[in-house]
Design a protein. Structure first.
Length: 279
């Protein structure tokens, strides 16, 4: 999949809506999972998998594919929704999330699903992995891009900043790398600003010599424009600070801060949420 024409934003919004419904259903079926951070990243993943990235679900190991690494591994229901709806596997697998023998593990597990680029979820490591992959593509002279998604709570990890400092110092050698920070403002124990304040995020990444783009992560138009800016930047890696809302699309989750970081919706909550996402 890779479209060079202008995005069909109406179709992409419908895809994002269907992804959100799928996320909630699979987490409800599992009885556990992370709805808040999955829903906050949905619009970003919609644009990546259904417009921006060059990838082929029928040939997931294609050498010149773009790579996506989900460093905030607990948000994997959103990635499974994108992969399932784009054709990597039968969506009938969605209700098997987190079951013992399911390929849809609670964090990305490449042993169970080889189409995943990396096993992640030990927070802070995804950017380092992405840097290695991006370097490898350059060494092999493969024209492909690497996208890494971090959470803002995850950015409390020191390894993130060591990796960021290294990548920024590489300049044009890592211009095929794009980092996305799903900055939803909350983590497991509460609000990021109260636990380990990260701001000013834009200034910090810029000081590490990254091209920085700050956007509303729920505006598909802004998301698309940000990826175009990243593609056009040849002198450095790019980081997109995507301001998002935990639980986006479900009113009672949006207003609950960190409450739904790692709690599955009840039967009644699922019914209410799906009604809000009915389209």
């Amino acid at each position: 999949m890779s479209q060079h024409a202008a995005p069909d934003f109406t179709a992409l919004r419908e895809t994002a809506r269907e992804m959100r419904r799928s996320i909630l259903k699979m987490i409800h079926a599992a009885g556990s999972g992370h709805p808040g951070g999955s829903l906050s990243s949905t619009d970003l993943l919609t644009m990546l998998y259904f417009h921006e990235m060059r990838h082929d679900p029928k040939n997931p190991a294609k050498a010149d594919r773009d790579r996506f690494i989900l460093s905030k591994g607990h948000g994997v229901p959103a990635l499974y929704a994108a992969m399932g709806l784009s054709g990597y596997f039968d969506t009938a697998l969605f209700p098997t999330l987190r079951r013992l023998d399911s390929p849809l593990q609670g964090h990305p597990d490449r042993r169970k699903m080889p189409a995943l680029e990396a096993s992640t979820g030990s927070l802070g490591q995804g950017l380092s992995v992405g840097i290695g992959v991006a370097h490898g593509l350059k060494l092999d002279k493969i024209d492909a891009r690497v996208f890494v998604m971090l959470g803002d709570g995850e950015c409390d990890e020191g390894q993130v900043w060591e990796a960021a400092m290294y990548a920024g110092n590489q300049g044009a050698a890592l211009n095929n790398l794009c980092c996305i920070v799903d900055a939803n403002g909350a983590q497991l124990d509460g609000y990021v600003k109260e636990i380990m304040p990260l701001e000013p995020q834009v200034d910090k990444w810029a000081a590490f010599n990254w091209n920085v783009v700050e956007i509303d992560g729920h505006s598909l138009e802004e998301v698309h424009e940000a990826f175009q800016k990243a593609k056009a930047t040849k002198t450095s890696p790019t980081v997109i600070i995507a301001r998002t809302l935990k639980g986006k699309g479900v009113s009672f989750m949006e207003s609950a801060g960190a409450k739904y970081h790692g709690i599955a919706p009840t039967d009644e909550e699922l019914k209410t949420a799906l009604a809000e996402l009915a389209g």
